[in-house]
Every structure is written in C-alpha cells, then in structure tokens.
Design a protein around this ligand. Sequence first.
Ligand code: NAG
Ligand code: NAG
Ligand code: NAG
Ligand code: NAG
Ligand code: NAG
Ligand code: NAG
Length: 330
Amino acid sequence: MKWLFLALALAAPSQAGLRFGCSTLSIQRLDPLVQPGVIPSAHLHQIIGGNMFNATMDPTGAFRDEANCTTCFFSQDFSNYWTAVLYFKARNGTYKRVPLYTNADLEGEKGGMTIYYTQQDFETNGNQSITAFKQGFRMTLGNPMANHSTTPGLRYTCLQTVMTRGREEYTLPAQPCPAGIMTVHHFPACWDGVNLDSPDHQSHMYDTGKGGFEVAGPCPASHPVRVPQLAYETLWNTTAFNDKSLWPEDGSQPFVWSTGDDIGYSTHGDYVFGWKGDALQQAMDSSCMFDACGDGKPLLSQSAADLNKCSIKNTVTEETEGWLTALPGH
Ligand SMILES: *[C@@H]1O[C@H](CO)[C@@H](O)[C@H](O)[C@H]1NC(C)=O
Ligand SMILES: *[C@@H]1O[C@H](CO)[C@@H](O)[C@H](O)[C@H]1NC(C)=O
Ligand SMILES: *[C@@H]1O[C@H](CO)[C@@H](O)[C@H](O)[C@H]1NC(C)=O
Ligand SMILES: *[C@@H]1O[C@H](CO)[C@@H](O)[C@H](O)[C@H]1NC(C)=O
Ligand SMILES: *[C@@H]1O[C@H](CO)[C@@H](O)[C@H](O)[C@H]1NC(C)=O
Ligand SMILES: *[C@@H]1O[C@H](CO)[C@@H](O)[C@H](O)[C@H]1NC(C)=O
C-alpha cells in the first residue's frame, strides 16, 4: 500500500472535469465483462470507445496499447463503455430499436453516449485529489436481473428538450417525452485501492452518490480511494414512437430494454478502463474543464470526422434493426 500513500500525498487537489461525446462503435450481443467469450451474449448492447473491443478483452488491460482508434473525442481514451439497448414494442408485438442521438453542445458525433469523469458531480465540482483508474481496471453498475431499484446512480430523465436536467425517475417514463429519454449511469467513485476487478465486478467499489446532481459523501475506510466520478448519459430518440395511439391500450408505456425489462430496473452499465499511459491522471490533476481539456491541454483530442472513421467488424451478425418479432436472444 506504500505506493498508494505516496500517490495520494503527492497529488494536489484539483478541479478538473471531463465531459465528452463518443460515437457508437458497435451494437451487438457481446459482454466481455460479465460473459467473457460467450458469443453471442444474453442481450444486446450498444458500445462506444476503442477498437480493441471484443468478446474476451484481455483482463490485464493490455488492449489499450493495441488499439489504434477510438470513437471518443479524447483520442487517448481506448476504454470501452456499454449499456443495454432500448426497443419500442408495437401493439402488434413487434420491436423496433430506438435510435440514439447526440447530447447538447457536442457536434458531429453519431449516436453513442456522453461520458463524464469529474471530481464529485457535475455542478459542485470539488477540489480534491483524484486517483485515476489503473490498467486492467473494470466495473459494472446495476443488475440486468433486478426487480427493484435501490441504486441512486441509475436514473431516467424524460426530456422536454435536449437540455432538460434535474427531475430523475427510477423507471422508464410513463408518458411520451417530447425530446426522448435520457438514461443516466452514475458509477461508484470509491475504490478499495487494491482490486482492479472483483467476482461480481462491483464489490471493489463503493457508492457514496446520492443521485441527481448532489455532492457524493466521503469514501469509507473499506474503499478509501476517490477515483473519478464516471457517468454516462445516453439519449434515446423516441420521437417516432411518441404518438399515444401507438402505445399499449392498457395505458402502460411501450419501451423495453434488450434484457426484456419494460419497467426499467434492469438498466446497467459496464466499464473497461483503457486510457493510454497516464493521460487520465494528468487530466484529473489539472484544472481543465470539458472540451478545454483537449488540444494538448493536457489531453489529445480529435475531430468528429476522425472519430467517426473508427469502427470494428461485428462478430455477432444478427438482425437488430427493422421490426423484429423477438428481442435479439429472446
Ligand atoms: C480479442 O482480442 C485479443 C487481442 O487483444 C485476442 O487475443 C483475442 O483472441 C480476441 N478474442 C476474440 C474472441 O476474438
Ligand atoms: C489499426 O489496427 C488494425 C487492426 O489491428 C489494422 O488493421 C489497421 O491497419 C491499423 N491502422 C493503423 C492506422 O495503424
Ligand atoms: C407492426 O406495427 C408496426 C408499428 O405500427 C408497423 O410498422 C409494422 O409494419 C407492423 N408489423 C406487422 C407485421 O404488422
Ligand atoms: C483548492 O484547494 C487548494 C488546496 O487546499 C487551495 O489552495 C485552493 O485555493 C482551492 N481552490 C479552490 C477554487 O477552492
Ligand atoms: C427477481 O425476482 C425473481 C422472481 O421473484 C427472483 O427469482 C430473482 O431472484 C429476483 N432478482 C433479484 C435481483 O432480486
Ligand atoms: C429524432 O427522430 C426523428 C423521427 O425519426 C427525426 O426526425 C429527428 O431528426 C431525430 N432527432 C435527432 C436529434 O436525431
């Protein structure tokens, strides 16, 4: 533990916060963290990040040195980030994938997600030393089998406009949302300081988050190391499905996760760290904010045209678009 003490003692408090877009890399049934090597995995995911994503992804994290492109704005970020996929279920029982769209203030990315690495949360951005994740670090948030919700970091926002923030729900919104549905994945930010992963991919982490945009509580002695507050925002463009005459006649809402869940408790997110070298630590030790962390200050960044060139070949080639008679894998 000596190295850890030294690292904490040397790092000065800082105020950096990253917010950036990453285009969709792939939509397929792979789950290298929870079902490594299983082709295809149980349910469909949408994935962003580096081009070494595959069904097994070396747990040592060495893939970050083999990757040579990423769909993320910061071109040193070869991490992969993924969530389940949202479908619309029509009255006739067929399913259509809900398209993804790009967040406010991000130009040119295609679908994908918005990623945050902050001190505490988006509004009160702290002033503390943050220890970046290490090579081989991975974690999950949420549970695809969940029947109820107790995780403050897993929420839904019914978007009146692309800018709507604040009111968050634990379940899929009951009414049509004019600008679509935003799913929020706020990961735990307290690490045990030792394990890069754990058998359930969660117990090496501890969540002191309170949900919404509230400042998280201090890390407990069992998980004393404050790592970046990682969060995903995913924007689902439900516009084509917002006509209530298309919704179920019993008054329920029509959206369903690729897990088969039409309530929303199964929402989950997965993370495999893959920043090159110590780029993420450098960013967290600086005081840069959002896009201004790019262009070499201190991170390297790339144009939307360049990040949109990054792609991978799908290993699982099945129909995921069109009107499907069943969800992929169900
Ligand atoms: C995934 O990529 C690694 C190289 O990083 C390779 O060794 C491995 O065989 C690949 N796995 C699959 C299932 O393609
Ligand atoms: C990136 O890696 C892929 C797969 O290993 C390879 O086919 C491609 O030529 C590489 N591209 C560059 C620009 O190095
Ligand atoms: C099922 O309903 C959807 C939406 O109304 C429609 O686009 C599709 O063609 C229908 N499919 C069949 C087989 O009727
Ligand atoms: C952040 O903390 C450092 C060290 O405690 C202090 O010098 C600095 O003034 C603080 N910055 C802000 C903006 O509070
Ligand atoms: C969800 O409910 C089912 C059936 O009641 C049960 O078997 C399962 O263990 C529950 N899952 C969780 C995560 O509580
Ligand atoms: C959302 O979907 C609608 C209907 O398909 C489309 O007209 C609109 O351009 C999409 N909006 C965005 C921001 O992609």
